[in-house]
Design a protein. Structure first.
Length: 280
């Protein structure tokens, strides 16, 4: 005999293979001019590979396979990188006579990825880029989203599970960025503690790793050409109490300036790239 009290329904787990990842790749990257004057920001390299590749490898390590790149500034260079992917990542011999036969000598980076390239406009705002590429999401109930200009040891498996389990329309990863200034704890006239780069300032910031239900596209994105994701859409989502957060206390670092680019490359060169959650 039942009590008549409804029991909570456990959401069915979602396989990351079925979750497309939308990557915003169309910005001008003006604050990174020293490194991106000739390249779109997503192709600026860390350790010899574009930061876009690092972001995709992070998702790939958690089982995500489908990517939708929202292109804009110098989109042809991003397309060419993937079209020439094997050549760029392998040793090979090229015969310059006949049919220009190529013999590859090393295993190139085989990735089980499906990548869709969506032209979303040169100066289009972030929210509008998502709206314009939404038809490439297929029948997926959920999708992931990233700016493709920040790296971190983010647990995307746990993030997806939290998002699906919450039933909310959106979920964002909250991070504590590293301060650019040394921080001191003062006791009277003495410094009692000194930290060169404290990693836990007060408050959380948007870490750029999102999960959304498909309804976010039609319910919160207007499609106006100047609609920033971070303005009306996310503010409305928060006002409706439909934006959850996954707190990430591990490594995270954005690449907004030349200084950021240098620091990330130094970490990679020293073997201290904590965002490298994949195996070679």
């Amino acid at each position: 005999m039942t009590s008549g009290v409804s029991q909570p329904v456990t959401p069915t787990p979602v396989d990351p293979v079925d979750v497309p990842v939308v990557l915003l790749c169309g910005g001008l990257g003006t604050r990174l001019r020293e490194a991106s004057e000739r390249l779109p920001k997503p192709l600026v390299d860390i350790g010899g590979s574009p930061i876009l590749w690092h972001v995709m490898k992070t998702y790939g390590a958690h089982g995500f396979r489908r990517f939708v790149l929202c292109l804009g500034y110098k989109s042809e260079l991003i397309k060419n990188y993937f079209l020439d992917y094997r050549m760029l990542t392998s040793d090979f011999t090229l015969r310059l006579d006949g049919d220009h036969e190529m013999t590859f000598h090393t295993d190139h980076r085989e990735e089980p990825w499906e990548v869709t390239f969506a032209e979303t406009g040169l100066t289009t705002a972030t929210g509008t880029r998502i709206k314009r590429a939404a038809h490439y999401l297929g029948e997926a109930e959920h999708f992931a989203l990233s700016y493709s200009d920040g790296v971190g040891s983010v647990d995307l498996t746990a993030g997806l599970a939290r998002h699906v389990g919450s039933g909310l329309v959106g979920t964002v990863t909250g991070v504590h960025p590293t301060s650019r200034f040394g921080e001191m704890a003062v006791d009277g006239a003495l410094v009692s503690e000194f930290n060169e780069k404290p990693t836990r300032p007060a408050g959380w910031v948007n870490g750029g790793y999102f999960f959304f239900k498909r309804e976010f596209v039609d319910g919160y994105l207007s499609g106006e050409p100047d609609e920033m994701l971070e303005h009306a859409p996310l503010r409305a989502l928060a006002r409706d109490r439909q934006l959850g957060v996954v707190e990430h206390n591990g490594f995270w670092h954005g690449m907004d300036t030349y200084r950021d680019w240098v620091e990330l490359n130094q970490l990679w060169d020293r073997g201290e790239a904590e965002w490298k959650v994949w195996s070679d």
